[in-house]
Design a protein around this ligand. Structure first.
Ligand SMILES: [Zn+2]
Length: 435
């Protein structure tokens, strides 16, 4: 044990019972007054996507901006997009690809992804419509779902080579557990890995062009940052000796948790200097084309043996978005705990903005599915976070309770509820300000 993972206390319920919330009761620097976008229903508690290597327990979250009319930044972008000349953007894309296309058929573009609808769409279009020679790459999920694995191969079977990087599962489990303990963000190590691996790999393979599906501005990051080039700050860091992984400073991970360089490498970003020196160009397809996730799904099904999940995805109503990792269920459950926004809420906001569902439908879908308890793969998820005291002593010694059971899981999550979002009632936890 060391001083970084605090000893378990009993949660003080006072702030969750009172009627009037003080500013000091609000966690993570979130806006005290909860507001929902008048158009897409997203909540003003939604944090912007950030450089995760800056994130620790004290981080004050930047959240999605709302204008005076009560509309969010993502809706502002959706409105702006109506005035975009998409034919012109398509020409810009062609110009960019002409610049990078190889003459001898060697790899000329890297497409990171899991083989879900978006990465399938981008890789397939690049190869068969634009005559590029894409190489695909994947940072392996924690625990594949059977349909996720099926779709991964359905992607490659349409004519793509792939580099699959699987980080040491023991270390991945340990780092995921640390992230669960310190910032209730069990998905963070994977987010770091899948964000940092492609640029490092592109550098190694000498493929300077990397094309992603979406830009974070689609989901509410400041739309003024929305250029064809994605911000270097998302992919790289100023100083590799001053970053956090799992909310813990790299120096402490080495000295207090005994992790060595090969064990940390999978989660490390490039430095700004390395990024610039490799002349990497990272762009999002969604800048060049009027991006519509549902259409990408239909395209993918039409052009491959891709299959939706056989069951409704837990916490939401859909069956086709982000379905390859069992830990997805856990991720969206924790966003509900911390920000009051679960998976259905994210899906609804995106589908309203895309014009697929109405606000009324969205409201009832959120109330029906959002924040569902992650029962579906619960045993696997808890095992993933747990360590055996005898066999895995190197890792188990850092935790007061190495095995995560349901009670430990629930109690731990409760510490991350902000009293301005949650109240404690006789019937359990309730949102203070429901849609
Ligand atoms: Zn909105």
């Amino acid at each position: 044990m060391n001083d970084i993972i605090p000893k378990k206390k009993i949660l003080e319920f006072g702030p969750y019972l009172k009627h009037n919330i003080e500013p000091s009761d609000v966690k993570y620097g979130l806006p005290k007054k909860i507001q929902y976008c008048k158009n897409c229903l997203i909540s003003n508690q939604k944090p912007d996507m950030c450089a995760e290597h800056e994130h620790n327990i004290k981080t004050i979250k930047e959240t999605i901006a709302f204008n005076k009319e009560g509309l969010c930044e993502a809706c502002k972008l959706a409105k702006k997009k109506k005035d975009i000349d998409w034919d012109f953007r398509k020409k810009e894309l062609k110009k960019l690809l002409d610049k990078y296309r190889s003459n001898n058929g060697s790899y000329d573009v890297l497409v990171p992804g899991s083989g879900g609808k978006d990465s399938f769409y981008v890789a397939h279009k690049l190869k068969y419509e634009y005559g590029m020679h894409p190489l695909t790459c994947t940072f392996a999920p924690h625990l594949y779902t059977t349909w996720g694995q099926h779709n991964f191969y359905a992607w490659l079977n349409e004519g793509f080579s792939n580099y699959l990087f699987t980080s040491n599962p023991l270390i991945n489990r340990f780092i995921t557990r640390l992230s669960f303990e310190t910032i209730l963000h069990p998905f963070q190590p994977w987010i770091n890995g899948q964000k940092n691996f492609p640029t490092k790999f592109a550098r190694t393979m000498n493929i300077p062009l990397v094309i992603y599906g979406e830009n974070p501005a689609e989901y509410g990051n400041p739309s003024d940052d929305y250029y064809d080039d994605m911000l270097m700050e998302w992919f790289a860091c100023k100083n590799k000796e001053d970053i956090n992984i799992s909310g813990i400073h790299i120096k402490d991970l080495r000295e207090k948790f005994g992790l060595n360089e090969s064990e940390l490498e999978a989660y490390m970003p490039l430095s700004y200097d390395e990024f610039k020196e490799s002349k990497l160009k990272c762009v999002a397809w969604s800048y060049f084309e009027n991006w519509h996730p549902q259409s990408n799904y239909y395209y993918t099904v039409k052009n491959s043996n891709h299959k939706p999940s056989p069951e409704r995805t837990l916490g939401t109503y859909s069956r086709y978005a982000s379905i390859d990792d069992q830990l997805d269920d856990l991720h969206f459950y924790t966003t509900k705990i911390k920000f009051g926004i679960g998976r259905a809420h994210h899906d609804v906001a995106q589908e309203i903005r895309s014009g697929d569902i109405s606000k009324e439908e969205g409201e009832s879908l959120i109330n029906k599915y959002d924040g569902e308890y992650p029962t579906r793969f619960l045993e696997n998820l808890l095992n993933y976070l747990s360590f055996d005291i005898r066999q895995e002593k190197r890792f188990s010694k850092f935790f007061e309770q190495p095995k995560v059971d349901i009670k430990y899981f629930d109690d731990h999550c409760d510490f991350f509820r902000s009293p301005h979002i949650w109240k404690k009632t006789n019937e359990g936890w309730k949102l203070r300000n429901k849609i």
